[in-house]
Design a protein around this ligand. Structure first.
Ligand code: MG
Length: 295
């Protein structure tokens, strides 16, 4: 049975295969009574469109774009019961990559209509949902500094390289409470909250992260100085990140982070205004995502 109402929310500057015309053709081939079509020029404009799709009672929403687009859409659709399908047309497609959704329009559409629908957790930081990761410190800086040319040329790798340019950035004092109990206090260069294991450029920041266990991974990197940082990155890329002496990792339902000064933070690769405090929690099963059949 084909869904009654299908919506497409597309970042019109993102390209993949035969583009949005191919997407429309493939969706109409599958069949639906109503096709709602929204295009935006910036990810943040997708929030309003996703709300509109939700209000229109869409059964299935296709998101055309990368992690930033997906984050904006799932934030608006969280808890609605609307199924989301990703067409990974962005620069960084970590959520799709983690779940085995390929960068192929035909296959992404097939998964949307016929793939199993999985209930996945979302994280929530300062009131906004994320699907991949949230963080503050070097990671936010590296995403922000990744210049467009570099990003287009090298994709996710650019994040890592630009991150390396910031190796001399000072660490900030941080206090972290896990489910109400003090867990970390000290200088940190990075605090990461993860829902899936691969964070950036193939670096598995959280080896055992599962997006449907009702827990979020919490990591703090205390690396200071160029050499320590390079070693940490090397370890994260080469093996288990929790074996690094500069990284401390645990799991939580709720995380309360207080920084010594305001810091910029990010959600799924998108930069947000500076904040001194990040209040985070896991929102179990808030996202219904169309995924490939298990191999
Ligand atoms: Mg989890």
């Amino acid at each position: 049975m084909s869904p009654a109402t299908v919506a497409v929310i597309a970042h019109r500057k993102k390209t993949l295969g035969g583009g949005l015309d191919e997407l429309r053709r493939l969706i109409t081939d599958e069949g639906c009574d109503t096709l709602l079509w929204y295009e935006v020029s910036k990810s943040r404009k997708a929030v309003k469109k996703a709300r509109r799709a939700r209000e229109a009672g869409a059964d299935l929403v296709f998101v055309w774009g990368g992690d930033g687009m997906v984050q904006r859409c799932v934030a608006a659709l969280a808890g609605s019961g609307t199924a989301v399908a990703i067409v990974p047309a962005g620069t960084a497609n970590l959520l799709a990559a983690n779940l085995g959704i390929p960068q192929d329009i035909a296959e992404a559409v097939r998964i949307g209509f016929h793939g199993p629908q999985r209930k996945l957790d979302l994280g929530k930081v300062n009131g906004e949902h994320f699907a991949v990761m949230a963080g503050a410190g070097f990671d936010a800086a590296m995403i922000e500094q990744a210049d467009r040319k570099l990003k287009d040329q090298f994709g996710r790798l650019a994040y890592v390289w630009t991150g390396l340019r910031h190796i001399n950035d000072d660490a900030v004092p941080v206090k972290i409470k896990i489910d109400g109990t003090k867990w970390f206090q000290g200088e940190a260069s990075c605090v990461l909250l993860g829902n899936v294991s691969t964070i950036t450029g193939g670096i598995r920041a959280f080896d055992d992260a599962k997006p449907d266990d009702g827990w979020m991974e919490v990591g703090v990197a205390t690396a200071e100085g160029a050499l320590d940082w390079a070693r940490t990155l090397g370890r994260m890329a080469a093996g288990r990140s929790d074996r690094s002496p500069f990284v401390q990792i645990t799991r939580a339902k709720a995380v309360d982070i207080t920084f010594g000064a305001k810091v910029r933070y990010e959600l799924d690769g998108g930069s947000r205004d500076k904040a001194r405090r990040l209040k985070a929690r896991i929102d179990p099963g808030a996202l219904i995502l169309c995924v490939p059949e298990p191999a």
